[in-house]
Design a protein around this ligand. Structure first.
Ligand code: FAD
Length: 322
């Protein structure tokens, strides 16, 4: 049955994050030929981003411009999105399982007494119903869910759902909605990004991650060089963060970021279950560890038993010659 589905777009520095396009692809499946309506809040570039959402499959887009939406606060965005939901009465709402999606959707779902299927990694159609797959027990098992009735929020894990082809001949209306936002209890004074090169770990295609085996802050240098030649970014285990070798913003795992790059290179990481919870869905995993019994080899597609300080420079040389 065709449905109207909203997609909450997410932007960073005036450009849409890739997960927005994955959310549009998901909404297209849920809508079953119904209407996919994009929503984008903020202050800058809203018209252009709305147009971009249409090129990727939205039928129309609603922009909410307001100085109070310049940076995300759950009060501000909650009021703006709820106003759009009240106007549109959608049957589904999709957004990324990002820090914003994780904060906003439970709040709105409970306020609207609706369902929430979070952290979806796969969306399939099965005999007329849409099936959502999501990891449970820190990635040790997967469960499948269907929407039986009513409004449901869906958050999708970045880098898992295939994005539709961009088609700049697609037409659709981008309209503005004004929302009176009140009583914001949080004021964001400044945003300081800790990421080394600006690439968002959760959307990176290549991650070179270091563990306690890198032994020091300087030990991350060869990993940074490897990530540079591969066009990726650097991540870390909690062991490396706890030891003070790198910033906690790089931590991957159960209590860090969940990543699904095309290529994950784990250097000097033992493969504790809490680390695997954040990276075991990566498409190709390469492990470099001097202990042949290390648990990381149980999830790796390719394993190199050796000292990372020998192996990583050799990899860099080989890749440079390709
Ligand atoms: P270690 O376990 O010390 O492993 C270091 C590895 O490096 C070893 O396998 C060793 O053989 C190898 N090595 C050493 N020298 C070299 C070398 N020169 N060359 C190659 N290999 C070398 N951890 C996370 O990562 N993320 C999380 O989100 C997280 N959340 C947690 C939540 C809870 C509630 C708890 C209890 C723990 C959590 N942990 C998390 C911690 C986790 O249990 C492990 O302690 C941690 O992942 C270990 O980090 P590590 O693999 O870098 O270090």
């Amino acid at each position: 049955m065709s449905k109207k589905v909203l997609v909450i777009g997410e932007a960073r520095e005036g450009s849409l994050r890739n997960v927005t396009f994955e959310a549009i692809a998901t909404a297209s499946i849920i809508s079953d030929g119904g209407e996919v309506v994009g929503v984008i809040c903020g202050t800058d570039n809203l018209e252009e981003m709305g147009q971009e959402m249409i090129y990727y499959g939205a039928d129309r887009v609603i922009t909410v411009a307001n100085e109070d939406l310049k940076t995300y606060t759950s009060d501000g965005y909650g009021q703006a999105i709820q106003a759009v939901i009240n106007d549109e009465s959608p049957e589904g709402i999709v957004m990324g399982h990002t820090s914003i999606g994780k904060d906003l959707t439970p709040k709105l779902a409970s306020r609207l007494e609706s369902g929430l299927i979070s952290d979806v990694t796969e969306v399939t159609e099965d005999g007329g119903s849409v099936v959502f797959t999501r990891p449970i027990y820190s990635g040790k098992a997967f469960e499948k869910k269907e929407i039986i009735e009513g409004l449901v929020f869906v958050t999708i894990r970045p880098n898992n759902i295939p994005v539709g082809t961009r088609d700049d001949s697609r037409m659709g209306e981008v309209t503005q909605k004004s929302v009176d936002i009140r009583n914001i209890r949080t004021v964001i004074r400044d945003v300081i990004r800790k990421s080394s090169d600006g690439v968002d770990l959760s959307e990176a295609k290549v991650i070179v991650a270091g563990g306690r085996g890198v032994k020091s802050e300087e030990g991350f240098e060869p990993l940074e060089q490897l990530s540079e030649v591969l066009g990726g970014t650097v991540g870390a285990s909690r062991g490396a963060c706890d030891a003070g070798y790198c910033d906690y913003s790089l931590q991957i795992g159960q209590t860090g970021k969940v990543v699904t790059p095309d290529l994950y290179i784990a250097c000097g990481i033992s493969g504790a279950i809490q680390h695997l919870a954040g990276m075991s869905n990566s498409k190709v995993i390469v492990a470099i560890n001097k202990d042949p019994e290390a648990n990381i080899f149980n999830v790796a597609d390719y394993g190199i038993v050796g000292d990372l300080f020998d192996v990583v420079p050799k990899l860099i040389e080989e890749i440079k010659q390709m």
